[in-house]
Design a protein around this ligand. Structure first.
Ligand SMILES: [Zn+2]
Length: 467
């Protein structure tokens, strides 16, 4: 059969073959994590490395490069062109790496992960670090090769494997913004939750009952058990392929909510995979492209849907049926348990919380006449902080390293300011502060940097005659 897009169709056939082999690779990976007896590890690591090498050879075949060039000249529609772009992206990343490195990485990762399952409960960091070292060294090699090929920084090159187009610069902006408002919000939530009594569930919670409850909830959330499974692994994950999604969870006898909420999280990943466009499965354009988008699906299941009072009311009778009636399983109490905030080393800690020592220091400084600051209570929007206090005329506020000061105003020697951190670029100064209205006063340029006690050497400072 003749066609006007022979190169494209050849490529599409290659990617369908890759998809079929990746299917087996993925199920073998799931089995490695969920089923395999410990002595199978070395052989499985070798088998997975062989498979990774085979797939790598297929992806980097010079014939694929020629077809990619030919397909560029073919009359493709919009979808085919998007598919071709994704193929080229994968080609570029794959051809940057030698096959030996791909194999070594697979073996090092399998060994490290497998040993970690015993080292984790034993808190054996010294043992773990020995296995982690080669994983890290190989990742550095990969980063250097990818960076050389793509012309971006090493870390950016690694990140773009999971999040095409993402860069450290962009992430610094995003997390810089979050860092301004999240610690304050956590403190507000902790203070409020401290006023709300909560009853703890009384265990033990038999694992077979937990498992049945998790399956019930996963089904309730629309996961298709005809096209997937729920099993147990050391760390929960969502694997498999869109046609056969493998969710995993883990259980503890003394506590059931971590497992239940973790399962709801993985269900979000699974539902996303199960709903990828079927007609194009196997083609890069139909694969999950962004880790952030994938994680948004799991977190919306866990944090928005799973933590909603309406859903918790639906959950409460299922929990009672599983473990017997307890006051802790009343819907309101269950909701409090699920939404309880407790800063820890996972998720929260990437963003530094304010410590009690930070708060004591602020109070002392305010008493001494320095300027304090607090979030404006609209931390969810995350852009503004109110500053308050007293400052002598001609002296700057004790603002610290604030980079953006669109608004600053004063009345008498009592100064107030609204500091807008990382305002969106399109926001005009004076409009980016949405709560309250700015008073008269002076406006500082963006990126102006004030240090405590620094004279306010600003052209308009004299005009206001304050500070
Ligand atoms: Zn996740």
């Amino acid at each position: 059969m003749s066609t006007v897009t022979p190169a494209y169709e050849q490529l599409a056939a290659t990617w369908t073959r890759l998809h079929n082999l990746e299917h087996l690779q993925s199920i073998a990976g799931w089995d490695h994590a969920a089923n395999m007896p410990p002595k199978g590890n070395e052989a499985r690591a070798a088998a997975l490395a062989e498979m990774a090498a085979l797939l790598h050879r297929m992806r980097t075949d010079p014939a694929v490069g020629t077809e990619l060039q030919r397909a560029e000249q073919e009359p493709l529609d919009e979808l085919q062109r998007a598919n071709l772009r994704e193929m080229q992206r994968q080609w570029q990343a794959s051809t940057a790496l030698p096959e030996a490195l791909v194999q070594q990485q697979q073996i090092a990762a399998s060994r490290c992960e497998h040993a970690w399952r015993r080292q984790r409960p034993a808190n054996d960091w010294a043992g773990f670090v020995e296995n982690l070292k080669p994983v890290l060294a190989l990742a550095r090699q990969e980063a250097a090769l990818l960076a050389e090929k793509t012309g971006v920084r090493k870390y950016d090159a690694l990140m773009q494997r999971f999040e095409p187009g993402m860069s450290c610069t962009r992430l610094d902006g995003l997390f810089g913004d979050v860092r301004q408002w999240l610690p304050g919000l956590i403190q507000q939530v902790l203070a409020r939750q401290a006023q709300q009594p909560v009853r703890q569930p009384v265990g033990p919670f038999p694992q077979d009952k937990q498992r049945a409850l998790c399956e019930q909830v996963v089904r309730l959330l629309g996961f298709d058990f005809e096209a997937g499974r729920l099993d147990v692994s050391t760390h929960p994950f969502c694997g498999g392929v869109p046609e056969d999604v493998r969710l995993t969870t883990r259980f503890r006898d003394d506590e059931f909510l971590t497992s239940l909420m973790g399962t709801i999280h993985e269900t979000g990943h699974g539902r996303y995979e199960q709903n990828l466009p079927r007609a194009l499965l196997g083609q890069p354009v139909a694969q999950a492209r962004s880790m952030a988008l994938h994680e948004s699906q799991s977190l919306s299941f866990e944090m928005q849907l799973g933590s909603h009072p309406g859903f918790v009311a639906r959950l409460a009778p299922l929990v009672t049926a599983a473990f017997g009636d307890q006051p802790a399983f009343a819907p309101q109490n269950l909701h409090r348990l699920i939404t309880r905030v407790k800063p820890g080393f996972i998720r929260h800690p990437a963003l530094r919380d304010r410590t009690p020592a930070d708060r004591r220091r602020d109070r002392a400084r305010r008493r001494a006449g320095a300027v304090g600051c607090q979030d404006d209570g609209a931390a969810g929007r995350g852009h503004t902080r109110q500053l308050h206090g007293r400052a002598p005329a001609g002296r700057a506020l004790a603002l610290g390293p604030v980079r953006l000061l669109p608004l600053l105003f004063a009345r008498g020697d009592v100064c107030r300011a609204v500091v807008c951190h990382h305002a969106p670029r399109h926001a005009r100064p004076g409009r980016s502060h949405r709560r309250g209205r700015p008073g008269p006063g002076l406006r500082l340029a963006e990126s102006e940097h004030l240090e405590p006690g620094q004279p306010l050497d600003h052209p308009r400072a004299g005009a206001t005659g304050q500070w």
